[in-house]
Design a binder for this molecule. Structure first.
Ligand code: FAD
Length: 389
């Protein structure tokens, strides 16, 4: 199956915000709750926000195949572009061709689009004029990219092929299954959501980075850092070949390095699989400084690095000759190139906050060149950081 999706760059800033809110309304977890804030940020009142929620519900009911992507997807679907076109028309009070939005003419959708248009007008939100797209015809003068359809919400059934123990507190899990034949990963360090079998209860789902993907054998490998009191960590302790799981994604990933820059990477055990996946692919002449915090020396891992990559291991529990250290403190006192480079950081949320502040305030990094995400948070189950993409 293929569906038309395009680069999101063709959307205006206003369209991007509106699209994010519409997608959030249709998404899982805390996203619907955040949608109201996204709309309020655009200048709509919370009472006006309800009509957008009704619109999304009505569209999906009228046309279950309507293709709304995830809130942070870097692509936009043809259906979404048509919806934006219709909302723009409605906000200018121009005639609306309902057939461009849903495949069936449903009066309630038309009336809700008109109401949303009225809300946009009342909020003085000016929408871009855009043509509707039919049968894959692209907008003139707009660069677009047609990609194979891969819905990151599709749940794939997978089976554990093997379990390895690269260090005492990490389990490396290799997954296989027919469903991975259509799996595509196009950026290093993308992540997937892994779901434990739920039985009658709500399944537990957690984010894990793709350590590697073998497209020929359709096998995906990821690492779980063991810790106390987490269902996913508990599962990993007894995981064995043949265990069934479900997987959704991929999402996020490493966005690359600015030309003529250098790269700082910092991670704890949860970010290490991403570091491993990224350093494998970096150009040989790129200057890279990796700071990796693990519990102790036994948790040190092999990283397949180029000669220009310097790795500093930091031991949270210390060693016989060394006091305990933390990522943030070691980074603070380490010599680094004087000019701000690019940074990629993934670790516990409060460590991330401290490192991000340090890089921006004391090290001269530019905001847009620091990719930093809290991969977990002390005392919080299934912590979600939107920066993870
Ligand atoms: C984009 C992304 C990619 C990630 N990639 C990886 C990866 O490749 N490998 C990996 O191991 N993790 C990764 N993580 C982190 C992982 O999703 C979390 O650690 C997750 O919370 C573990 O689920 P759980 O069921 O074991 O614990 P939860 O039920 O989520 O949490 C239970 C308790 O354990 C604590 N906790 C959670 N994780 C840790 C930890 N690592 N150390 C100590 N205490 C913890 C929580 O604070 C909470 O108190 C990633 C997270 C994100 C957002």
């Amino acid at each position: 199956m293929s569906r038309m999706i395009f680069s999101i760059n063709q959307c205006s800033p206003v369209e991007l915000r509106l699209l994010k809110a519409l997608r959030a309304l249709n998404w899982e977890g805390s996203w619907p709750a955040q949608a109201g804030f996204f709309l309020e940020e655009m200048g709509l009142s919370s009472s006006q926000a309800f009509v957008f929620a009704d619109l999304v519900t009505a569209i999906i009911e009228a046309d279950p195949g309507f293709y709304l992507l995830g809130p942070t997807s870097p692509f936009v679907s043809r259906d979404e572009l048509n919806l934006l076109a219709a909302l723009g028309n409605a906000s200018r009070k121009s005639s609306n061709r309902l057939g461009q939005v849903t495949r069936s003419r449903v009066p309630v959708v038309k009336s809700l689009i008109d109401s949303c248009g009225t809300a946009l007008r009342a909020g003085q939100i000016s929408m871009k004029t855009r043509a509707s797209l039919h049968n894959g015809r692209t907008l003139p003068s707009v660069a677009s990219q047609v990609l194979p359809f891969q819905d990151d919400r599709t749940l794939r059934n997978v089976t554990v092929v093997s379990v390895h123990k690269p260090t005492p507190r990490v389990r490396r899990i290799v997954l296989g299954g027919h469903s991975l034949k259509t799996f595509v990963t196009d950026l290093a360090a993308q992540w997937v959501k892994i779901f434990l079998p739920g039985g009658t209860t709500q399944p537990v789902g957690r984010a894990f980075t793709i350590y590697s993907f073998d497209a020929i054998n359709s096998q995906l490998t990821f690492d779980i850092a063991l810790h106390d009191g987490g269902p996913m960590s508990d599962w990993a302790l007894t995981a064995k070949p043949g265990d069934g799981l479900q997987l959704a994604g991929p999402r996020g990933g490493f966005k690359g390095v600015t030309p003529r820059s250098w790269l700082l990477m910092a991670a704890d055990e949860t970010g290490l699989p991403a570091v491993a996946a990224i350093v494998r692919l970096l150009p040989a002449d790129l200057e890279v400084h990796v700071f990796a915090e693990v519990a102790d020396e036994s948790e040190r891992q092999f990283l397949d690095t180029q000669p220009n990559v310097r790795v500093r291991w930091i031991y949270r529990n210390g060693t016989s000759s060394q006091e305990p250290e933390t990522l943030s403190e070691v980074l603070r006192y380490s010599p680094l190139p004087a000019t701000g480079g690019d940074a990629w950081i993934a670790a516990e949320a409060s460590a991330i906050r401290s490192i991000r502040t340090q890089l921006l305030r004391d090290r001269g990094f530019e905001l847009g060149r620091v990719q930093a995400a809290g991969y977990w948070k002390h005392g919080e189950q299934d912590h979600r950081d939107l920066a993870a993409g």
